[in-house]
Design a protein around this ligand. Structure first.
Ligand code: NAD
Ligand code: IPM
Ligand code: MN
Length: 355
């Protein structure tokens, strides 16, 4: 049968706790299906590794990861290592090295999930397509006149034509396949170079898809409408930083960070794609078995879709929903008293029942 090679990077804080539950789910699927199996290798990279070896990953880490079909990552960053070092040397390095330029983050209110907007809105179902390779995260900038009263810090947003076009086109293709609208979220009024350019490219690409409804919002107004009228949004395409912020906002509307998943995709498949919950290492609850593994498990569902095993991807999401509608085994963030491991086991039980 087929073998899917998965590189596992549990990382920091609650990362290892939630990734463990993701693998429980993969194991159950392998046992039930029989037509494929997963081969995984764990990489102990992260902040503890940094304290031991002075680096976040092996020097040839990117080469080591290259041959895998997918990377499954928990979280990176922990007090004790400056965040800009831990993130740039591991998570952001992987996204960039493997040109994972599409960050797919579903903001969808699953059955059984709590929302501060309920009972008003049941139809929160957007797909945020976040540009994931450049923009405000280009890493370009400078620190000038350090230690003087004239000190200046520069952070340059880089929006290339290729980079902007390809992400917008990806959003249109996604909308084309699902019959949905595309909304661009930008900020051309203030960001008079980058976002004016973004808006122009959005206009150009939209002309190639005359049958698709398009909308364009400024990011400030969009933030309000996310909360007051989320049903306006279907496929959303936005820049790296705006997408980062808007998807945590979206998570707050659909069950919290414990239930928000993301996929970092390289559509050419020349290099591995990476699947991870959108939350961080949650130092405030780390090591206590309090973390909600459902976000990480949803990311497993995205990974299965990516492998072409969509039936399993859908089943995993259904099992997550069943876990929440049953409601007897949930972590504290969802009002329960169960441990991370108990919730993972519950999802596996739901998968068994769905056989
Ligand atoms: P965070 O996402 O780690 O936590 C924010 C809040 O949400 C905390 O109260 C936390 O307890 C809660 N939370 C997050 N995930 C949860 C889960 N699965 N279950 C229950 N509650 C959960 O964000 P932060 O505190 O701003 O960042 C902590 C560290 O993580 C920083 O070093 C940051 O840079 C890093 N970070 C990493 C990633 C990543 O690896 N992709 C993402 C975001 C932040
Ligand atoms: C995320 C995270 C990262 C990002 C950080 C940790 C660099 O917040 O995946 O959303 O900003 O992309
Ligand atoms: Mn984020």
């Amino acid at each position: 049968g087929k073998v899917f090679h998965i590189a596992s990077i549990p990382g920091d804080g609650i990362g290892p706790e939630v990734v463990k539950e993701g693998f429980k789910v993969l194991q159950e699927i392998e046992d039930q299906d029989g037509s494929f199996r997963f081969e995984s290798r764990e990489f102990p990279w992260g902040c503890e590794y940094y304290h031991k070896y002075g680096k976040m990953m092996d020097d040839d880490g990117i080469t080591q990861l290259k041959t895998f079909d997918a990377i499954y990552l928990g979280a990176v960053g922990y007090p004790g290592v400056p965040d800009h070092i831990s993130l740039w040397d591991l998570l952001l390095k992987i996204r960039k090295s493997f040109d994972q330029y599409v960050n797919i983050r579903p903001i969808k209110l699953l059955e059984g999930a709590e929302s501060p907007l309920l009972p008003a809105y049941h139809d929160i179902d957007m797909l945020v397509i976040r540009e994931n390779s450049e923009g405000e995260y280009a890493g370009a900038g400078d620190r000038l006149f350090q230690g003087t009263p004239d000190e200046v810090a520069l952070q340059t947003g880089v929006f290339s034509r290729k980079g902007t076009e390809r992400i917008i086109r990806y959003a249109f293709e996604e909308a084309n396949a699902s019959g949905k609208s595309v909304t661009s979220i930008s900020k051309g009024n203030a960001l008079n170079y980058s976002m004016v350019f973004w808006d122009e490219v959005f206009q150009e690409v939209s002309e190639e898809y005359p049958h698709i409804n398009t909308y364009s919002y400024l990011v400030d107004a969009a933030s309000m409408f996310f909360v007051t009228d989320p049903s306006r949004f279907e496929v959303v395409v936005t820049s790296n930083l705006f997408g980062d912020i808007l998807t945590d906002l979206g998570a707050g509307l659909t069950g919290g960070l414990g239930l928000a998943a993301g996929a970092n995709i390289n559509p050419t498949r020349e290099y591995p794609s990476m699947f991870e919950p959108i939350h961080g290492s949650a130092p405030d609850i780390a090591g206590k078995q309090k973390a909600n593994p459902l976000a990480a498990i949803w990311s497993v569902s995205q990974m299965l879709d990516f492998f072409g095993e969509e039936e399993w991807g859908t089943k995993v999401l259904k099992a997550v929903e069943k876990t929440m509608t049953d409601g007897d085994v949930l972590t504290p963030d969802m009002g329960g008293t169960a441990t991370t491991a108990e919730v993972g086991t519950k999802v596996v039980e739901c998968l068994k029942q769905m056989k």
